[in-house]
Design a protein. Structure first.
Lengths: 335, 356
């Protein structure tokens, strides 16, 4: 692998709700390199959005609070920086796109003013210069009739256009890390395809790193260089996208991939992951997936160690690789 | 095969709020739809937001009245029967809503919720009703003890099961689901899809599924209708539609699906632009503003839905353009990973056997 240190390195991030004994995000670690796309994938409640908010310094504290961990960005630990400095970084060198553009844009401000505001704030640009920059950004995210849109309000734009405006705003200060939390979930498929294309194009133009948070494995396969699969607050599997999709290891990853209806020839019945995610108040000891895992055994009551199973591809499962632990015949022929 | 539900020239208009001056604007949410849904099939209606698919679903069971047109069920035009008669027909036509959080009355217990339609449809014997509730809860994978709880005590997937149990209470012949699984997580979605399919076989239901997720449709549907701005643009069997679409909009929809396999999708046939405003739809073929194959003449005349080799397509250029479908490739996986998927399938079936 390359020897250059990662742009952003998250180590052992834990987030907890005040008054509870379980970490909602528990010991999360991952690295993002320059120009790289890391996808964090998981179902509702797995802690993927909390992770994004924590990195941006937007956790609602209280009741949530950081319970350990570091996030090295440009040699500084984001979590130890004073709020004034974090404010400099937020929206500047690190920017975020949210799922629902309608609720994250200010409905009372014209699109142009919203973009210009962050340019003036971070670059100290004049009113005119900021407006020019806003126009330039709207053109870069390929909004038709950008000049006119500059003076429109968010409600006058369609969902796809609003998301483009959000992206324009996030990219206005040339961030080196862009965090996108389910940026296309609220959009129709044809618009989703456009937005994903746009994010890829902007990324190759600017060299920004992208942390993409999604529940959609299709989006992951299309965008990711690296994948982090989360379940109930923990990383269960992580690695290069090609390796994770070609050779998934964790029973949860396999279950998730199996339960997606396939677009190819129809299978008789969908394979499911039985049961539901345990509540944070009743999290099992040890592996958090054990209550739903078809391969669970008594040893799963101990927390599994995250182990590298292929180059850069790690998995937190006692029984990985499954074919080796379950079927001695396969193990002999396989290795 | 016989059609269980049939629509003729179905049209529904909505008025926008009356402005200070002038007349309110008319939105044609569903504009001249002719459909035949056959007994025992799973029929899917797919389209993007604002295409009128939910309005169409509601028209099919007369949750709303059409502005014009007919809906035939069992020899009756349900769009024009008196309310009393309609109520009796509702026994046969039931609806599952998208959002299991807003479609269940939070002040009623699950038992009361499922019992209510039974009461309405003449189940006078209280103990028979209770027994039926217990049976229904078991059928959808819950337990009879859940009857005494309230909706907020359940997860999204469980609530959707409750919604399905309630819809099944009266023993319907047609079940219409408006995005029944789209609010659910993938792993839960698979559970609910399996339940719907099991129940369909068990009760001999005809399923009408409204969805925007093409993978769900590929898995469940026998036939599919594609809607764009209030009109049906293509109706075909599920296999044909995915393998060889005949309408450019269908092709574009298929090309836009992200596929969960690295490097599977090439960036091509991307639709440019947004869905036009339904208040003021484009002239002629409504898709011509975004269609990569459109000619000048497409803006003039509205194409009719016509039979093209066993399917129906509304496109002027249907015989001229060659369109691409989805390849049926299984995701590329290592042999060891394939073994793991097999093991997972077997182990999860085993795990779910004794305690369904």
């Amino acid at each position: 692998m390359n020897a250059t240190p990662p742009l952003l390195s998250v180590q052992d991030l834990s987030i907890r709700m005040g008054g509870t004994k379980t970490n909602l995000v528990d010991g999360l670690s991952f690295d993002v390199g320059i120009g790289e796309t890391v996808c964090i994938v998981g179902e509702s409640g797995c802690g993927k959005s909390l992770t994004a908010l924590a990195l941006m310094g937007l956790l609602r504290t209280p009741p949530l609070h950081l319970n350990g961990g570091t996030a090295l960005f440009d040699g500084e630990d984001l979590f130890r920086l004073p709020e004034t400095q974090r404010r400099q970084i937020r929206g500047g060198r690190m920017a975020m796109i949210f799922q629902e553009p309608m609720s994250s844009l200010n409905p009372a401000l014209r699109i142009g003013e919203q973009i210009a505001e962050s340019v003036r704030r971070h670059q100290g640009a004049s009113r005119e210069a900021a407006r020019t920059r806003a126009l330039e950004m709207l053109e870069r995210v390929r909004i038709p009739a950008a000049e006119k849109r500059l003076d429109e309000f968010p409600h006058q734009l369609s969902g796809g256009m609003r998301q483009r405006a959000m992206i324009a705003m996030a990219m206005a200060n040339d961030p080196s890390v862009l965090i996108a939390d389910e940026p296309t979930t609220a959009l129709d498929v044809t618009i989703q395809a456009q937005i994903l294309d746009l994010m890829r194009a902007l990324q190759s133009e600017t060299g920004a790193a992208l942390i993409l948070i999604t529940h959609d494995l299709g989006v992951v396969a299309e965008m990711a260089d690296k994948v982090v699969v989360m379940y109930a607050g923990r990383v269960v599997e992580a690695g290069p996208a090609a390796s994770v999709f070609h050779d998934p290891q964790h029973p949860y990853t396999i279950g998730l991939m199996s339960s997606m209806p396939s677009l190819g020839a129809r299978s008789e019945k969908l394979v499911t992951i039985p049961g539901v995610v345990p509540s944070p108040l009743a999290m099992p000891e040890g592996c958090r997936f054990q209550s739903r895992c078809p391969f669970a055994e008594p040893g799963c009551a101990m927390r599994p160690v995250f182990t590298e199973i292929a180059p850069d591809h790690g998995v937190a499962c006692l029984r990985a690789p499954l074919e080796g632990t379950l079927d001695p015949g396969l193990r002999e022929t396989g290795t | 095969m016989t059609a269980i539900l049939k629509t003729r020239g179905l049209r529904r208009e909505f008025l926008t709020k009356k402005p200070l001056f002038g007349a309110p604007t008319v939105v044609r949410a569903v504009d001249g739809v002719d459909l035949e849904i056959e007994t025992g099939e799973t029929f899917a209606i797919v389209g993007e937001s604002g295409c009128g698919k939910s309005t169409l679903a509601r028209l099919l069971v007369r949750l709303i009245d059409p502005t014009e047109g007919e809906v035939w069920y069992d020899g009756t035009d349900i769009a024009h029967v008196p309310a009393v008669k309609m109520r009796a027909l509702r026994r046969d036509l039931q609806f599952v809503f998208q959002d299991p959080f807003s479609s269940l009355n939070p002040r009623m217990t699950v038992g009361a919720l499922i019992e209510e339609p039974l009461h309405t449809h003449g189940w006078v014997d209280r103990s028979a009703r209770k027994a039926r509730v217990a049976e229904l809860l078991t059928r959808v994978g819950l337990t009879p003890a859940h009857a005494d709880r309230f909706p907020h005590e359940f997860s999204g997937g469980q609530r959707q099961r409750i919604g399905i149990a309630r819809a099944l209470a009266t023993g319907p012949k047609v079940l219409i689901g408006d995005e029944p699984v789209s609010a659910l997580d993938v792993s839960i979605q698979a559970q609910v899809i399996n339940i719907l399919e099991d129940l369909k076989d068990e009760f001999g239901l005809t399923l009408v599924i409204i969805a925007h997720d093409l993978a769900v449709i590929r898995h469940m549907a026998d036939r599919v209708a594609v809607m764009y701005l209030g009109e049906i643009v293509e109706v075909a069997s599920c296999e044909d539609l995915f393998a060889k679409p005949r309408h450019p909009y269908t092709e574009a929809l298929l090309a836009a699906i992200p596929i969960a396999s690295v490097g599977a999708r090439k960036a091509e046939t991307r639709l440019s632009g947004d869905l036009p405003n339904p208040i003021d739809p484009p002239s002629g073929c409504r898709f011509h503003t975004r269609c990569p194959y459109a000619e000048a003449s497409c803006a003039n005349e509205r194409p009719a839905l016509t039979d093209v080799g066993g399917r129906e397509v509304a496109c002027h250029r249907v015989h001229e353009v060659q369109l691409k479908g989805l390849a049926e490739d299984a995701p590329a996986r290592s042999p060891a990973a394939q073994a793991r998927f097999q093991m997972y399938r077997a182990a999860s079936a085993e795990k779910q056997k004794p305690n369904p």
